[in-house]
Design a protein around this ligand. Structure first.
Ligand SMILES: *[C@@H]1O[C@H](CO)[C@@H](O)[C@H](O)[C@H]1NC(C)=O
Ligand SMILES: *[C@@H]1O[C@H](CO)[C@@H](O)[C@H](O)[C@H]1NC(C)=O
Ligand SMILES: *[C@@H]1O[C@H](CO)[C@@H](O)[C@H](O)[C@H]1NC(C)=O
Ligand SMILES: *[C@@H]1O[C@H](CO)[C@@H](O)[C@H](O)[C@H]1NC(C)=O
Ligand SMILES: *[C@@H]1O[C@H](CO)[C@@H](O)[C@H](O)[C@H]1NC(C)=O
Ligand SMILES: *[C@@H]1O[C@H](CO)[C@@H](O)[C@H](O)[C@H]1NC(C)=O
Ligand SMILES: *[C@@H]1O[C@H](CO)[C@@H](O)[C@H](O)[C@H]1NC(C)=O
Ligand SMILES: *[C@@H]1O[C@H](CO)[C@@H](O)[C@H](O)[C@H]1NC(C)=O
Length: 455
């Protein structure tokens, strides 16, 4: 009986470790800023320019010693919508946000601020920060102000604005909402950005070289009417968001990447070569260049996603399951069984909202409990926002996305389990043989599931 309990405990330990592939780096109950002085902060609080409960971190990106965090102006009282924290400052786990590039870029006293309301940003390998500005102020309030969406590009070495490209009128629709951007930076002078429209299904493609953009549409960008029901921490709601997750593979021999994409209201993943996106005529003429990869399975709607170009692993959030999962793009098939689980936690990973891999091969994840904030109320005494990180290789180790050959990991794992159980058995009952009872075989089988499945 003691042997049996030991095996059960062992089992719990193994399942536990296979879910904790990321380290928790930062956490906040509410967001606050690094103000010029306490007096300025008090004035902002009194005027309603700063309403602490209204700040919701939405996007992250790491560049050298800075971790960028966007705080869209969904509600009033957000004094700066693009900020960063200094990764070298380890004096606190809840650092105050520093406006990027400065307070002036967010000032609304003279009308439109330079940076209005970005959801997600991307730092490219050429030290440029690409900011997809949604352009809306207070879209959860009654007095929404709409400016045209834009891409702003900053030089991260000098923090100066290089471009402010406002989307042409004919590429922005009444229902448009731009929340996600992927940047194809194979060539620093011939870089392309892909901005996803979740309101009116489409992609706006921007060419850095031409300083021009065009709009591409496809049925695969549309929401699936059978995948619009969401349930997060007791809040049930219906979302019809279209194209959402956008992530680019490493380039092929001809320098074209594959864009992996999915609508928010969908269980499916799709892919298309950027060869077709870089020219609107070519995209329109090649409907079949857009491929359905497969389904993540029921309840598996995903928001943000990101491909690590080095390992070719696609990381994505599973918003209903409070989880981050992965799939190797070298797999032939996109199936439930060849997806791996990176992290799953019903408290800490409520609504994973952004995922990035930096140029030093670290995975970054932000969770923000957004549906509770939208449909209920966040508890300001509880931790609501969390930033997780881990080197990609340790994040994927012992999962279905591990890049060491699968049979090797399985053998290693089986041997390890055998050794541990043999040792325990030797202690408890010196002359018995360990892997003989059906129960221990069952627990071994269950343990192996964490290699294979997200569920
Ligand atoms: C904090 O960061 C400094 C400089 O990066 C480093 O020397 C120090 O060991 C760190 N302290 C902790 C507690 O991690
Ligand atoms: C918006 O208007 C509705 C009714 O018109 C009102 O009930 C609600 O309180 C208003 N919300 C805000 C944030 O002003
Ligand atoms: C691909 O891009 C790299 C870097 O810009 C360049 O050196 C190479 O010649 C390109 N290859 C092709 C086939 O265009
Ligand atoms: C890019 O195009 C926009 C108009 O679409 C223009 O305002 C801007 O000056 C151009 N930038 C450059 C660097 O050519
Ligand atoms: C929310 O949906 C779940 C299933 O997705 C269901 O079990 C639950 O009863 C629903 N809750 C409410 C309050 O409707
Ligand atoms: C786009 O492709 C079409 C058809 O191949 C071609 O005629 C056109 O010149 C291309 N446009 C650009 C801007 O390259
Ligand atoms: C299991 O034990 C054997 C013999 O004691 C040893 O050679 C082997 O390295 C161990 N395997 C693991 C994974 O610890
Ligand atoms: C275990 O087996 C060895 C030899 O097979 C024997 O000498 C020893 O007494 C046994 N121990 C017990 C506790 O049965």
């Amino acid at each position: 009986m003691r042997l049996l309990w030991s095996l059960v405990i062992l089992q719990v330990v193994y399942i536990g470790t296979c879910m904790e592939q990321l380290d928790l780096l930062y956490e906040w109950k509410q967001l606050d800023y690094q103000w010029p002085s306490e007096e300025v902060r008090n004035t902002a609080l009194a005027s309603g320019e700063f309403i602490p409960g209204n700040g919701m971190p939405m996007g992250i990106e790491r560049h050298r010693d800075r971790l960028f965090i966007t705080v869209p102006r969904w509600r009033n009282g957000v004094p700066a919508s693009l900020t960063y924290i200094n990764l070298n400052d380890n004096s606190t786990k809840s650092p105050a946000l520093i406006p990027y590039p400065n307070w002036a870029a967010h000032d609304m006293n003279n009308g439109k601020p330079t940076i209005v309301s970005p959801f997600r940003v991307r730092a490219d390998k050429c030290n440029r920060l690409w900011i997809l500005d949604n352009g809306k102020i207070g879209n959860l309030e009654n007095d929404t102000v709409k400016y045209p969406p834009a891409i702003l590009i900053y030089d991260l070495l000098t923090d100066t604005l290089l471009r402010n490209y406002v989307f042409p009128d004919d590429q922005v629709k009444e229902e448009s909402g731009f929340a996600n951007i992927a940047v194809e930076d194979v060539d620093c002078e011939d870089t392309y950005a892909y901005a996803g429209d979740l309101g009116k299904p489409g992609i706006v493609v921007y060419s850095w070289k031409k300083n021009e953009s065009w709009r591409i549409t496809h049925h695969y960008f549309h929401p699936d009417p059978l995948a619009c029901d969401f349930s997060v921490k007791g809040h049930n709601f219906s979302w019809t968001d279209a194209l959402f997750g956008l992530s680019l593979s490493a380039p092929n021999a001809d320098n074209y990447s594959t864009l992996y994409f999915h609508p928010m209201a969908s269980y499916n993943e799709f892919a298309v070569s950027t060869e077709y996106l870089r020219n609107q005529t070519v995209a329109d003429a090649n409907f079949n260049a857009f491929k359905l990869l497969g389904s993540r399975g029921p309840n598996a709607q995903s928001s943000a996603s990101f491909v690590d170009p080095k390992t070719g692993v696609l990381f994505y959030s599973l918003v209903n399951l409070n989880a981050v999962a992965c799939w190797r793009t070298t797999n032939k098939e996109y199936l439930m069984k060849n997806q791996g689980r990176i992290y799953m936690d019903d408290e800490k990973m409520i609504y994973p909202t952004d995922i990035k891999v930096d140029y030093e091969e670290n995975l970054w994840v932000l969770s923000n409990r957004m549906p509770i904030w939208m449909y209920g109320k966040l508890d300001s005494n509880d931790v609501n926002f969390r930033v997780f990180s881990a080197p990609v290789l340790s994040a994927i180790s012992h999962t279905a996305c591990d890049i060491t050959p699968r049979s090797d990991i399985l053998d290693k794992f089986v041997n390890k389990i055998k050794n541990v159980t043999v040792n325990i058995a030797a202690k408890v009952k010196p002359n018995s043989s360990a892997i003989s009872s059906p129960i221990s075989l069952l627990t071994l089988t269950i343990s192996l599931l964490c290699f294979i499945s997200v569920y």
